[in-house]
Design a protein. Structure first.
Lengths: 173, 448
């Protein structure tokens, strides 16, 4: 160790120290990064968003709640529409309350027979029969989803990935 | 232990070698008392000497020690539960039900775990309030004190305690668990832009499922207790580095009025007590012998009393208070009303009341009440020591007059949270409607 004052020796020692420290930092960063990245799911086994929910004639006039899809399907004669049961505030399932007397209104230019209103058990949000948020913390109306008929067996199909406006109706021929 | 009373302090066989296997809790000399700490791994959090009034029951109420005792009890009662609980969505509920009804003493262990968790939140909050009201986050007379950082560590430990509870009550996979996690993670999701990503990371996908349960389980049994344990050790170490409890600083203030003069032949160092050969020191403060006692046994005895008392209280309460288990988690039905556990009810109440509409522009209460307001509260708590401009001399005094305004603000915030909790606990019924306690809740069918 007599040559520690030799500048080439200190340079080399410094270089090796920096190299070692740098390699250590890179290794730890990479290992941490890899560990954390593994927690980000690359694939999720979600339920399908397009779901067959039964033949139209199986739906009663008025409302039917589909718990698995968390959707209300409304029927007035041959006209159908679907409203989400997921509260827009924090995602609890709202409950439908039947009105003592159904009302006939117009929503976005389309006639609508309002038979129910909705309330959320978690934080008390209230929605009108068309899903519009009336009171409580809910920031936006309940979503409306597209309904269609399956071409193969004629079942109603609700598309949970396709939000539609409140004028949407599925009318059967 | 009898042999100790007649025995003179032994000389070590070689420097650094300790001839005895154990240390004495009944020291016969100052040297013995110092050794009980210095040569004892378990007592390294303690100093060898303590300022006597710091030990007073009515100064600190020993709330930090009680919190630590509860944390220890939670680890001890959590161990048997880990052998019995199965973190799978199919079997979690049944395994908790087995713990409750089949396993011998399972109900009691679960009750100990649950009640200790509830009480730990109480003691940690009270500890925070005690530190605040005594101005114990302030730096007093010592050189290089950094008590404000120990306060920040404490705030983080409070958050960890709450998050431990949150991850814990998901595990039974009952209705309370499922909907609490739905609401909790949707609060995270309400953050603009990055919210949905945070939620996806928390629950390991887009739906609350097996991935969610295992994430919360690992957080609950390893990550969070590990973090809390590490911070606890650092918290204790910092107390010593900052010169003990803030009350010790009051001794220096008094000492200026009542100097104790020169005391011969003792030094008190971080490593223990050395008698006889030390140089003379002038002690006008904490180190004056008439103001301090040996940590062993004065501090250890009191700490043991607090720990044993806490354990006894929890054991008795656990025998008397059964732990509830709701229906199995059901993604299809939200209970009505769906209430969070009591310590989160104030949050549930403010997310209810904070949706703001300005014209057609709406801010979701989930974001304002669930993220911004609690975030601001935590931020305020964190920076408070730097905003406190009162003199150093009030460090360690209960309700110092110069701190009256900030004590008032702190009390108001605390009362507001308590008021929201009471409203959520007693005055909210189905659909989160307001009911007085004497009003009957309407009969609402459980299912749609």
């Amino acid at each position: 160790m007599s040559d520690t004052t030799d500048p080439t020796q200190t340079d080399r020692r410094n270089f090796l120290l920096k190299l070692g420290t740098g390699a250590g930092i890179v290794a730890i960063t990479a290992q941490t990064g890899a560990s954390l990245r593994s927690l980000v799911p690359n694939i999720t086994y979600d339920a399908p968003t397009t779901v067959k929910v039964g033949l139209p004639e199986e739906f009663p006039d008025g409302l039917k709640f589909l718990p698995d899809e968390r959707v209300f399907v409304f029927r007035t004669g041959k006209t159908f529409h679907a409203i989400s049961a997921v509260c827009t505030h924090l995602g609890c399932t709202v409950r439908a309350e039947a009105l003592s007397r159904p009302e006939q209104t117009t929503v976005e230019g389309q006639p609508l027979r309002v038979t129910h209103r909705f309330s959320c058990p978690c934080h008390g949000s209230r929605y009108g029969g068309d899903g519009s948020n009336i009171s409580g913390p809910a920031p936006t109306p309940l979503a409306w989803y597209r309904l269609s008929l399956a071409s193969d067996d004629g079942q109603l199909v609700v598309d949970l990935a396709d939000e539609v406006d409140h004028a949407f109706r599925l009318t059967l021929a | 232990m009898k042999a100790l009373s007649t025995r003179a302090p032994q000389q070590p066989a070689a420097p650094g070698v300790r001839p005895r296997r154990f240390w004495s809790f009944r020291p016969q000399s100052d040297r013995d008392a110092g050794d009980a700490v210095v040569s004892n791994l378990l007592l390294h959090w303690f100093p060898s000497n303590v300022y006597k009034p710091s030990l007073a029951w009515t100064y600190s109420f020993w709330l930090g020690t009680a919190s630590a005792a509860l944390f220890l009890l939670l680890i001890l009662s959590g161990l048997p539960l880990m052998f019995l609980y199965i973190p799978s969505v199919e079997r979690a509920y049944q395994s908790v039900k087995d713990i409750e009804y089949v396993v011998t003493f399972g109900w009691w262990i679960r009750a100990v775990h649950r009640i200790a968790a509830h009480l730990m939140i109480v003691t940690v909050v009270l500890h925070l309030a005690r530190v605040f009201y005594t101005g114990a986050y302030k730096n007093g007379v010592g050189q290089g004190q950094q008590r404000e950082w120990n306060w920040v560590i404490g705030v983080v430990m409070l958050l960890l305690t709450l998050f431990l509870s949150f991850t814990g009550y998901l595990l039974p996979w009952d209705q309370l668990a499922y909907w609490a996690v739905t609401v909790g993670t949707n609060i995270a999701s309400s953050v603009p832009f990055i919210g949905p990503t945070i939620r996806e990371l928390l629950i390991g996908g887009r739906a609350i499922e097996q991935a969610t349960l295992i994430r919360f389980y690992v957080l609950h049994i390893i990550v969070l207790p590990g973090a809390l344990g590490g911070l606890f050790a650092y918290h204790m170490w910092r107390i010593r580095k900052d010169g003990g409890l803030a009350r010790a600083d009051t001794a220096a203030v008094l000492a200026e009025k009542r100097p104790t003069g020169v005391t011969a032949s003792k030094t008190y160092t971080l490593l223990g007590v050395a008698s006889g050969t030390a140089p003379t020191v002038t002690a006008t403060s904490v180190e004056a012998p008439d103001l301090t006692v040996n940590a062993v046994p004065d501090l250890t005895r009191r700490a043991l009393i607090v720990i044993l008392g806490t354990f006894a209280l929890i054991s008795i309460l656990a025998s008397a208070i059964p732990s509830p288990l709701e229906e199995p988690a059901n993604a299809l039905v939200t209970p009505n009303p769906a209430k969070a556990p009591w310590y989160f009810l104030w949050l549930q109440e403010i997310v209810t009341d904070t949706t703001i509409r300005i014209g057609s522009f709406t801010i979701n209460g989930a974001f304002l009440g669930g993220v911004i307001l609690p975030g601001a509260l935590i931020g305020l708590l964190t920076v408070w020591p730097w905003m406190d401009r009162t003199p150093r001399s009030v460090t360690g005094f209960w309700f110092a007059r110069s701190r009256r305004t900030q004590n008032l603000v702190f009390t108001l915030l605390l009362l507001l949270i308590i008021a929201f909790t009471i409203v959520g606990l007693f005055l909210r019924g189905p659909y989160w409607h307001f009911y007085w306690p004497w009003e009957a809740w309407p009969n609402i069918p459980g299912r749609i």
